[in-house]
Design a protein around this ligand. Sequence first.
Ligand code: URP
Ligand code: ZN
Ligand code: ZN
Ligand code: ZN
Length: 507
Amino acid sequence: ESSQFCKAGIEYGDSECEFPSSSSSKILIKGGTVVNAHHQEIADVYVEDGIIVAVKPNIKVGDDVIVLDATGKFVMPGGIDPHTHLAFDFMGTQTVDDFFGGQSAALAGGTTMHIDFVIPVNGSLSAGYEAYTKKAKKSCMDYGFHMAITKWDEIVSRDMEIMVKEKGINSFKFFLAYKGDLMIKDELLLEGFKKCKSLGALAMVHAENGDAVFEGQKRMIELGITGPEGHALSRPAVLEGEATARAIRLAGFMDTPLYVVHVMSIDAMEEIAEARKKGQRVIGEPVVSGLVLDDSELWNPDFKTAAKFVMSPPIRAAGHGEALQAALSTGVLQLVGTDHCGFSSAQKALGIDDFRKIPNGVNGIEERMHLVWDTMVESGQISVTDYVRLTSTECARIFNIYPRKGAILAGSDADIIILNPNSSFEISASSHHSRSDTNVFEGRRGKGKVEVTIARGRVVWENDELKVAPGSGKYIDMPPFGYLFNGIDKEDAKYLSSLQAPVKRSI
Ligand code: URP
Ligand code: ZN
Ligand code: ZN
Ligand code: ZN
């Protein structure tokens, strides 16, 4: 240690002063309720050089340690958002929030890591990876990558291996919708599942039947329905249910784990519930917009208001969100994302005459932690430990970075939030940190406020002020063969031994 004496002049090693210090990269969070996914206790948390060093009661420190009083508050792992699209080129435009802007918003809302989707460039994974590495250079918080697979050939197959073995990517998303753009056919899905299984990478699906959506869109246009309500009407929940069921059955047939992104409907959720009941390895990710909103605003006569709610799969009728909340609280669904994909009202106006041209996507990266707290914990549906699991720990486990992320434990990265359950939040485009001029959660208020965010051992959000620096965020490598693959080889062996020998036939 660089300093021999603490403030009181007591010698290092003295029980009065366990952690003497000389630089301000040291933080002590005092007296809060420290919450992990399986346990909570009143304790102090001591952080040094971006790492949690100790979690226990009554830690004594030197005089140049930043001390934060968390009495009466919850000290929890920073949120991890498993599903974002920053600086995403989509539907003829690019999302308003780039890596620095989107991450700043995230930090202001208590999220300290996100996993963004790398979209290949003309089908090329390596070109996509290069492009996203450049976009992410200005990061101010830690991030990881998923990667989409949009075509299939030998190069894609080889590149998947390179991404997993050399680039720290352990998950690939297959789009069953967006016909003519990102959509792939079942044949490619099967090739992709096979490759994912061999690499220990998690297959993810956007589950909507893209051919049927295309048909539904034509139907709406023929009926003269060109406004945002046509978006919801053209792609009903049954098409999400069908694609979810199909992806689940095909993943089961290829015997590889499956992660269903943005589960928006009861139809999709029930397919996941059924598969899990049968023992299949399926993860379901609802997003905060799907949990707390309904589709009513898509019928708002004001185009700007209606268009901001356009995302895919669509936000569903009242009742679906509540059912998804119940599924989360009972373990049918496992974690909450956002699908943060922000467009301004000027960008949404690309579809003023035709809902098919409204860029798809809504915000959520800044709002998720508050809305899940208010909707789920404050309402009594889940415990505070459940909250930590659903917003942080389970994501870290699934993507194989636990307990470096997703925990308040000695040795974990110091990504920490202090939430005051007695304070309140209010959401508005006039005060949010996204670059968008609109917010789908406009006017929402609730109890519980993230008062402090610590990212990698630095206080980046305090007193409603951001202190962030571009370039301070680090890329997090995510290794393959996470827990969803545990024991799968034994399952395979059992299957193989159950097969009969080929029947011998005489000619
Ligand atoms: O509308 C959405 N969800 N936009 C982002 C792309 C996707 O499908 O995740
Ligand atoms: Zn001391
Ligand atoms: Zn999607
Ligand atoms: Zn998405």
